[in-house]
Each structure stands twice: as structure tokens, then as C-alpha cells.
Design a protein around this ligand. Structure first.
Ligand SMILES: [Zn+2]
Length: 273
């Protein structure tokens, strides 16, 4: 049996100035529920390239695991992990996933999977956001040469913040339109992620029960536990939980390729098959 923990490194922020501005604006505008989607849909060239590489690696991993008796426990909320062709019912995402939506007010109706059309529209919304947030007006005309460099830099930052702030508002409008309204209370739907004001855990609880049973069934069996791209943020799900599992089962072994080895782990995964 194989248990694989996929960590938050799969959702690492794109380190560009634009992305950092964008996420700080999302936090400032009380739109934290958009952040995991931004990390999954960010349309900038570097973010797209990084995701393509990881998506390929995950595909290789799924192929290698094949029909083995495995389980994937992911704190990443990303589209690519949910889209990878794992065995049916062998993935649990306790922090939610950007491919599901829920009522913003936490109404107890279904957590819904996004349709293909909704996903395609979300891709377009983030492409528009990428264009809009990149547009910074050129103020360096006319007398601007006489502006001292530090003032010039500060002005540029202010303009950048304004441009990104406006783009985040546009993105919020687009996403709310795409995700639609709750049928019960008429409130807006948001992504079913931990960052939602009222996170609806129904999105993963059924999978969690299944995972817990699977784990219980591993107790006296040969078990390999592998952590990929996990940091210290979720010890109760990964580090302490996995150590406990392996200490109780003499036939279990535990390997961790944590955050600091993440790029190596991805290279290694890419070459697997
Ligand atoms: Zn509602």
C-alpha cells in the first residue's frame, strides 16, 4: 500500500511582483477565497510553465502507481491535482479544491463541481486579469525626467497598486457572475476552499471517511508513505500523523521530500515513466 501526501508547494505563489501585488490586494479586499484559484489559473507565462511541468509530473506519478493500492492526501487545492487521472476515489483534499463551489453564507446545500463551461470561463477571467493587472499607465513623459528616482519609483508603485486593485475588482465581478447564486439564500457562490469565510467541509468529508478506513486497513500491511512538497504547516495531516502511522506499523516506511527539495522531487517525478 502506498500513501502519498501532496503539500502546499503545489500551490506556491508565483514570485513575480504582479502576483505578490495581486494577492495582497485580494487579501485587502477580503477576497481570500480567490487566492487558491489565482494560484491554479494565474495566466502569466512563468506560472503557466511551472504548472505544466508539475501537471506532467503528477501524470507520471499516477501512471507509475497504476492499479496499486494507494491513496493521495492533498492539502493543495489546485486544479492540476484534482485533474490528474488517479484511481477512482483515491484522492482526498481536506482544504478544498478550486474545482468546486459553495454558498458564501455556508448554506447547507450541495457543494457543486464546476462544469467544463464554468472552468473555461474562469480561465478567460484570469487571462483578462493578467492583461488588466499588467497595464500601468506611463507617467514618465514630459517633465518626468526631472523627478528624482526615488519619487519616480514610489509613483510607479502607487500606480501599480491602483492598476492591480482595479483589476482584482474586475476579476471578482467576473468570478461572481460565473459561479452564480445560491438557490437557497440568493447569496453569491464562491470556491469551496478553506479560505472561504464559511468553508463548507461537505466538499471532502465523504472522501475523508473513505481515507480513514483505508488507513485503518493498512495497519498490519506493507505500507510506504511519501511526502511531496509538504512544509510544516499541516503537522496533524502529515508529519505527526505519518510518524504515528509508521511507528504503529513495523512494516511501514516513511520518506519526505519536503519543501526545500521540491524542485528536485518534481524533476525526479518527471523522469519516472
Ligand atoms: Zn446560500
Amino acid at each position: 500500500m502506498v500513501l502519498i501526501g501532496l503539500g502546499e508547494e503545489f500551490d506556491r505563489i508565483n514570485g513575480s511582483e504582479n502576483a505578490i501585488f495581486a494577492e495582497s490586494e485580494m487579501t485587502a479586499q477580503n477576497l481570500k477565497w480567490i487566492i487558491p484559484a489565482f494560484r491554479s489559473y494565474d495566466a502569466s507565462k512563468e506560472a503557466v510553465e511551472r504548472r505544466e511541468k508539475m501537471q506532467k509530473s503528477l501524470g507520471n506519478l499516477a501512471e507509475l502507481l497504476g492499479k496499486k493500492n494507494y491513496y493521495i492526501l492533498s492539502v493543495s487545492q489546485s486544479k492540476m491535482i484534482s485533474k490528474t487521472k488517479w484511481r477512482e476515489g483515491r484522492l482526498v483534499m481536506p482544504c478544498g479544491c478550486v474545482r468546486k463551489k459553495q454558498c458564501e453564507n455556508g448554506c447547507e446545500d450541495e457543494v457543486l463541481e464546476l462544469t467544463k463551461e464554468e472552468e473555461a470561463e474562469i480561465v478567460r477571467a484570469f487571462e483578462n486579469f493578467e492583461k488588466a493587472s499588467g497595464e500601468v499607465k506611463d507617467f514618465l513623459r514630459g517633465d518626468a525626467e526631472h523627478v528624482p528616482p526615488e519619487v519616480r519609483m514610489a509613483m510607479k508603485m502607487i500606480q501599480k497598486k491602483e492598476a492591480v486593485g482595479g483589476a482584482v475588482k474586475g476579476l471578482e465581478n467576473d468570478l461572481r457572475k460565473i459561479l452564480g447564486k445560491c438557490e437557497r439564500c440568493g447569496g453569491d457562490m464562491v470556491f469551496n476552499v478553506l479560505q472561504a469565510t464559511k468553508y463548507d467541509e461537505k466538499g471532502y468529508l465523504k472522501d475523508w471517511d473513505h481515507y480513514a478506513k483505508w488507513l485503518y486497513g493498512s495497519m498490519s500491511r506493507n505500507l510506504v508513505v511519501i511526502e511531496l512538497g509538504t512544509a510544516e504547516s499541516y503537522p496533524s495531516l502529515f508529519q505527526s500523523a505519518f510518524e504515528k502511522i509508521t511507528s504503529l506499523n513495523p512494516k511501514a516506511s516513511h520518506f519526505a521530500l519536503g519543501a526545500e527539495n521540491f524542485e528536485n522531487a518534481i524533476d525526479w517525478l518527471t523522469k519516472l515513466c
